[in-house]
Design a protein around this ligand. Structure first.
Ligand SMILES: *Cc1c(COP(=O)(O)O)cnc(C)c1O
Length: 481
């Protein structure tokens, strides 16, 4: 497909701007550009067609099943979008006087209350723009806490070997050494190894529960106790909150601080880099260290937005990606107290239903009841037919199904992680099971065909390492021949 710059024809530009009646202002030469901007020149029809055809090449939640494990690609209700587009919410400036944005501030206060009651925490920082950013912020709270007590020797963060890659990365970005603790045969954390890993250098633990295997760690209270007794604090990676929202609370499991991925659990279209929102919720003991601007309730019932004394004590702009927070609030209010746990239960039910439809042919290395996602392994199929998890993922694209997360978690060979979410129907999941069973049969009958999949997609097998390491994000202008 041609880029919009390649379609451009010089002189075709649409100049529909009326003549201005405002006086012309002379701009001094040094501020003038020496060459005109290279804007594509196309007709309005062509521009519309260009973007429509681009949109048709993408696969989104509104196009088909999207069981990308750990990412919670659920349906994002359109009502959230409608509310987030209200002029009253968008046509304002964050530096407006507080008394002119009382509604916005109340909205933050309400969201904070909801999030605290869902997580069992006491306070929320809205600045982080995504989950990984929330992890970094949360670890800074832990760091500030230890430093405020003169406890300077704590320089290690403990993570299980099933952890999401962002956990050890956030630990190192905060200057911590990272200790990885092995999982036990059930997929939970190995308690003996954890006991051996803690000590006077333990700053804290980072854990998601249910973990990336989709397994709820039955020893969670013991785990957080071991960390607390060693003098560390417990960080909860809230990316898997969809499995437990309204049912179990990280605060009650013994966690001190956590992030939520509002774009995942509380439904904002995501993928492709944002915008997201990763608010950090914490217990009272960490609340004094929350960075950035805060919404506070005044004695007269009104609200104020306060700035920190030190502007460096911020991890983002103002109170974060505000319109993602609006979507989350709209979602929370439309589902309500009954709807939220009902959604979580259906997410778990759908994952177990899908797993049950596959486990006689695909290996489930950590079996039993799963939570909102499950991991199967293509190791046996690969050994017997040469067809790998990557081939199966590519074959799903030909069936209008987005591939699962593959080769993660790292502790499962040829891993495929499926998360159907609560918003999929039984028919959709039945179809996905049927497709995966057909792919399995094909692996034994015609493995070559699977090695060449996808057959119907625009892009087939890009060099993923090259695409990640040397992305081409910019169009290089060349003179047209
Ligand atoms: C998605 C995810 C993250 C990172 O969140 P982002 O919002 O993508 O930065 C961290 N941990 C887990 C388990 C996740 O699934």
């Amino acid at each position: 497909m041609e880029l919009i710059f390649e379609k451009s024809v010089s002189g075709k530009g649409l100049f529909l701007m009326p003549d201005t009646d405002a006086p012309e202002v002379k701009i001094s030469g040094k501020f003038m550009r020496s060459v005109p901007p290279k804007l594509p020149e196309l007709s309005e029809t062509e521009i519309n067609r260009h973007y429509s055809s681009l949109a048709k090449r993408a696969h989104g939640v509104n196009d088909g099943f999207y069981p990308l494990g750990s990412c919670t690609m659920k349906y994002n209700p359109t009502v959230n979008e409608k509310i987030a587009a209200y002029d009253e919410l968008t046509d304002i400036h964050p530096l407006q006087p507080s008394e002119t944005v009382q509604g916005w501030l109340k909205l933050y206060d309400m969201t904070r209350d909801y999030l605290c009651s869902i997580t069992g925490m006491d306070d929320v920082c809205f600045q982080p723009a995504a989950g990984a950013h929330g992890e970094f912020t949360g670890l800074l709270l832990i760091k500030s806490y230890h430093e405020s007590r003169g406890d300077h020797g704590r320089n290690k963060i403990i993570v299980p070997d099933s952890s999401h890659g962002t956990n050890p990365a956030s630990g190192s970005m905060c200057g911590y050494g990272v200790i990885s603790v092995p999982s036990n045969e059930k997929g939970g954390i190995d308690l003996e190894a954890l006991r051996a890993a803690v000590g006077e250098d333990t700053a804290g633990l980072m854990l998601t529960n249910p973990n990336t295997l989709g397994i709820f760690d039955e020893n969670i209270l013991e785990i957080t106790k071991i960390i607390h007794e060693a003098g560390g604090l417990c960080y909860y990676d809230g990316a898997n909150l969809n499995a437990i929202m309204g049912i179990a609370r990280p605060g009650d499991m013994g966690f001190d601080v956590m992030h939520m991925n509002l774009h995942k659990t509380f439904s904002t279209p995501h993928g492709g880099g944002g915008p997201g929102s990763g608010p950090v919720a914490c217990k009272q003991l960490l609340a004094p260290f929350i960075p950035g601007r805060r919404v506070v309730k005044k004695d007269d019932g009104g609200y104020d937005m306060t700035a920190p004394e030190d502007v460096k004590a911020s991890v983002g702009m103002f109170c974060g990606n505000a319109l993602v927070i609006v979507r989350a609030l709209a979602y929370l209010m439309s589902l309500g107290k009954e709807g939220i746990p009902y959604a979580a239960k259906n997410a778990v039910l759908n994952a177990n239903y899908m797993k049950a439809g596959l486990e006689d042919i695909y290996d489930v290395p950590y079996g039993g009841i799963c939570m909102h996602e499950f991991v199967i392994s293509a190791e046996k199929i690969k050994k017997e037919t040469g067809v790998a998890a990557l081939d199966i993922a590519k074959a799903l694209i030909d069936n209008d199904i987005h591939p699962p997360t593959i080769y993660f978690p790292l502790i499962v060979n040829e891993a495929m992680m499926y998360e159907p979410t609560e918003t999929e129907s039984k028919e959709t999941i039945d179809n996905a099971i049927k497709v995966l069973r057909e792919i399995y049969r094909e692996a034994y009958e015609d493995p070559e065909k699977l090695h060449e999949a996808p057959h119907n997609a625009q892009i087939k097998r890009p060099d993923e390492v090259l695409a990640a390491r040397q992305p081409v994000c910019r169009y290089e202008f060349r003179e047209k021949e």
